[in-house]
Design a protein around this ligand. Sequence first.
Ligand code: GDP
Ligand code: MG
Length: 222
Amino acid sequence: MNKTKEITVLERVSKKNEEIVKEIRTIFGENSIICFNIMGSPGSGKTTLIEKTIEKLKDKKTIAVIEGDLATTIDAERIREYGVDVLQINTGGMCHLDAQLIRNALSKMDLSAIDILFIENVGNLVCPSSHDLGEDYRVILASVPEGPHKPKKYPVIYKEADVVVITKADILEHFPDFSIEVLFGHAIEIKPDIKTIKVALKGEDIQIDDWVYWLENVEPKK
Ligand SMILES: Nc1nc2c(ncn2[C@@H]2O[C@H](COP(=O)(O)OP(=O)(O)O)[C@@H](O)[C@H]2O)c(=O)[nH]1
Ligand SMILES: [Mg+2]
């Protein structure tokens, strides 16, 4: 194999990707859009967090959603029920979204109307970490049933994240081995300035105010 050639190709690809990311940031800046890349395991509560956030903010902010999935439009249909602009990207087996896919999706959306854009990434804790989508903030979800050690097992995605959101706090009593302090402790070891938030998105006592407060008050990064 010709090693030099291989390196050249990789450099070219990564440069092109950087250019697309720059373009996306310009689009967000020009349209005053703040964008959150929501990452986490399948079933960690990504779609539910977006749904509950829309319920809370829909009278104040215009929210739009890009849904990433290997196949199906199930999550996009869930979001559509809330009356917001939603676009589904089916990756056809690819385990993450990339900047090119987001750039294409943006060309199909009414950007001037959007205040907040959520991107629900493909559910897993590995592939999405190394792909810059031009987002302002990366949010990693950790649900109670997954246990408290995910930051140690998947440090790369935590290192790249701005916020860790513990979901399913309403069922903590059924997971006596789970400790929020342990999970947050691991996360902070990996990323000392990571923000930590706890939510309960189901049950009688929904807790989402800390997340919504952070979301409403955070500044766009660029
Ligand atoms: N009890 C409880 N269930 C939740 C919570 N968040 C999500 N779920 C449930 O977890 C399942 C997976 O949620 P979903 O949002 O589809 O996860 P995603 O695959 O990460 O998008 C669904 O049955 C949700 O109702 C939560 O905070 N508490
Ligand atoms: Mg989902």
